[in-house]
Design a protein around this ligand. Sequence first.
Ligand code: GTP
Ligand code: MG
Length: 205
Amino acid sequence: MLIRSATFKKSAASIRDCPKPSLPEFAFIGRSNVGKSSLINYLCNNNKLAKTSATPGKTQLINHFVINENWYLVDLPGYGFAKTGKEKKARFETMIYDYCKKRETLQCLFVLIDSRLPLQKIDMEFMLWCAENETPFAIIYTKTDKNSKSELERNIKAIEKDLLRNWEELPNAFVTSASAGKGKEDLLEFIDYQIKSQRQSPAEE
Ligand code: GTP
Ligand code: MG
C-alpha cells in the first residue's frame, strides 16, 4: 500500500469524542517517548502531521488521521510516564484503556517497543492486558537505527524469549526506524492485508 493522503481529523479527550467509527482503525501505543508520533510522520511522509518531542508526554489526546480517505491511523498518549501528576496519569490511563477496549472499529493495536532496551515490565503488563481483553495487537520495534545489527538481533531475541513465557506463539512484529526510514513497506502491507480481509469477512459468513 502507498499512502497517497494523510490528514488530521480530530483530537479527542475520550472515546466519546472520537470520530464516528466508520472506517477501519489502527492505533499506536507504547511508553511515552518510544516514537509513536515520529513513526506516524515517517509512514505518512509528513514531519508536521503528528506532534513529536524529545520530552516524554507530548501526545496527550487521541489523535485520528485519515489515510487514503479509507482508514484511520491513531496516535495515542504514551503509558507509564512517571513525571505526569497522579491525576493526569489516571486520566491518560482511562483514556487509553477505554479506547483500546471499546473502540469497535479498532482492527489492530500496534504496541511500540524500544528496540534498545530489555522488555519493560509495563510493556509486558500492557500486552497481557490486551490478551485478557481480546484486543488484537502486534509489536513494532522502534529506534533500530541506534543499535548495531548484532545488538538489535540480540535484543529482539531476548524480548522474544520473555514474550514466550506468556505466549505460545510470538505476535506479529515489525522492525522500524523513523529516523533512518526503515520498516514502512512491511507495516503498510500488513495493514492493507488486515483491511482487505476484514472487508471480505461479512460476505464469507
Ligand atoms: P509521547 O507522545 O510523549 O508519548 O512520545 P512518542 O512515543 O510519540 O515519541 P515521539 O515520536 O515524540 O519521539 C520521542 C523522541 O524519540 C523524539 O526525540 C524523536 O526524535 C525520537 N525518535 C523517534 N523515533 C526515532 C527513531 O526511529 N530513531 C531515533 N534515533 N530517534 C527517534
Ligand atoms: Mg506522541
